[in-house]
Design a protein around this ligand. Structure first.
Ligand code: FMN
Length: 188
């Protein structure tokens, strides 16, 4: 797949058909993620991959987030909240959940650079998933239940989950996407 096609064709998918994802493919996604740029090549990331029983444990914890979705009623509207609630109830049957973690240093400048680096790694992962015929969604809403998730993923002190990437074989067509175009100022 051409890069431009991968970039424009990737979408967040929140419903999966439940088919397992081959371990080799998961390995390719992680490898792609590690090719991302990072602050002084520090590569400030770690990928915790949950499948099978551990994925079930993650989903059980994530189901608790439905209680917080009302906070987004103004932004998402009732239909959006309902869609999100359906997704969080069992992570859309996604067979794989990857917690992308980064060290937390307490230095705002380093933490910001780490977040930028991790964002680049996640995008590599999402684009590669799309290229391999997989679907995915990167979610940050787990911040509501950060501590519970930390314990399911057996995270060590000093590391924080930045995002959960749920992935599998997609089973929904996403709504049409609108992109803002008034986002650039050219200096002459
Ligand atoms: C930092 C970040 C946080 C996100 N958090 C969530 C989330 O908590 N729940 C969710 O369903 N989608 C989440 N998304 C996915 C966005 O909703 C999605 O990328 C956006 O609506 C654009 O749609 P697209 O990915 O199909 O282009 C997140 C995306 C990013 C980059």
């Amino acid at each position: 797949m051409e890069l431009a096609e991968a970039i424009s064709g990737r979408r967040s998918i929140r419903m999966f058909d439940g088919r397992e994802v081959e371990k080799d493919l998961i390995g390719q996604l992680i490898t792609a993620a590690t090719y991302a740029p990072s602050r002084m090549n520090t590569q400030p990331w770690h990928f915790h991959v949950a499948v099978g029983e551990s994925r079930k444990a993650v989903a059980e914890v994530m189901a608790m987030t439905t209680a917080y979705l009302e906070e987004y009623l103004d932004i998402l509207g009732p239909e959006g909240v309902e869609h999100a609630a359906r997704f969080y109830a069992d992570l859309g049957s996604a067979p794989v959940v990857i917690a992308v973690a980064s060290p937390v240093t307490g230095d705002p400048s380093v933490d910001r650079d780490n977040a930028i680096s991790v964002g680049a790694a996640i995008q590599n992962l999402l684009l590669t998933a799309h290229d391999l015929g997989l679907s995915s969604c990167s979610i940050s809403s787990p911040h509501w239940i950060r501590d519970r998730l930390r314990s399911v993923f057996k995270m060590v002190e000093g590391w924080e989950i930045i995002s959960l990437v749920v992935l599998g074989y997609g089973a929904e067509e996403p709504h049409e996407r609108v992109r803002h175009t008034d986002v650039v100022t050219y200096l002459t």
